[in-house]
Design a protein around this ligand. Structure first.
Ligand SMILES: CC(C)(COP(=O)(O)OP(=O)(O)OC[C@H]1O[C@@H](n2cnc3c(N)ncnc32)[C@H](O)[C@@H]1OP(=O)(O)O)[C@@H](O)C(=O)NCCC(=O)NCCS
Length: 170
């Protein structure tokens, strides 16, 4: 049901299975996991408005015993002049948290964005979690709606910074 492994296993894996690239067969399970993790309120968010219009670049999944326990998606966007992906939602099943899976999903996204030679990764998320991967505040990225600007974060790969309107890269 799933595609080939998308990453090498971590040095000290605490979870079984491999992270795979999302296929259409995964979509319903991903939606269910995200709704369980975030609740229905997520659909009101500005991030969701952007995801509704941006092309899906790719997604990554992790199954354990046939059950989806982790997922993340990347969306093709421009952030000012910066070619980028918008990361999210990222969700790990409650029972599987704090085993390093969320970190592995972020790392696979970073590998993918570098492979695509993008300028960086943008997200709206909790700075205490994402700063550990090198994400920094992006005060000049203008999301298409209200957002807590302190939660808008950027992981740079090039000198091109996210300054200006964040919009789908159609
Ligand atoms: C955020 C999430 C994906 C992390 O998944 P995970 O598999 O538990 O992540 P990891 O195992 O790599 O990291 C766990 C560590 O991150 C910390 N952490 C998790 N969420 C955090 C947050 N929002 N802010 C700060 N720290 C956080 C945990 O306390 C834990 O710390 P510890 O290692 O000191 O115990 C998961 O908690 C989740 O699905 N949350 C609900 C959905 C959500 O809020 N997603 C977006 C976050 S902005």
């Amino acid at each position: 049901m799933n595609a080939a492994p998308a990453s090498a296993p971590p040095d000290d894996p605490q979870f079984a299975g491999a992270i795979t690239r999302e296929t259409t067969a995964d979509a319903a399970a991903v939606d269910a996991l995200v709704i369980a993790a975030f609740g229905p309120g997520r659909f009101a968010k500005t991030a969701e408005r952007l995801r509704e219009r941006a092309p899906l670049t790719t997604g990554f999944c992790l199954y354990e015993g046939g059950r989806l326990i982790g997922s993340v998606r990347l969306w093709s966007i421009m952030a000012g002049e910066a070619r980028s992906v918008f990361l999210g939602p990222i969700a790990v099943d409650k029972a599987s948290r704090s085993t390093g899976l969320g970190g592995e999903l972020v790392r696979v996204c970073i590998e993918e964005a570098k492979r695509l030679r993008l300028d960086g990764i943008l997200l709206v998320g909790d700075p205490p979690y994402f700063s550990r991967f090198g994400f920094k505040p992006a005060p000049d990225a203008v999301l298409p709606g209200p957002v807590d600007q302190r939660r808008v974060m950027w992981l740079p790969f090039t000198e091109t910074a996210p300054v200006g309107a964040v919009r789908p890269d159609a």
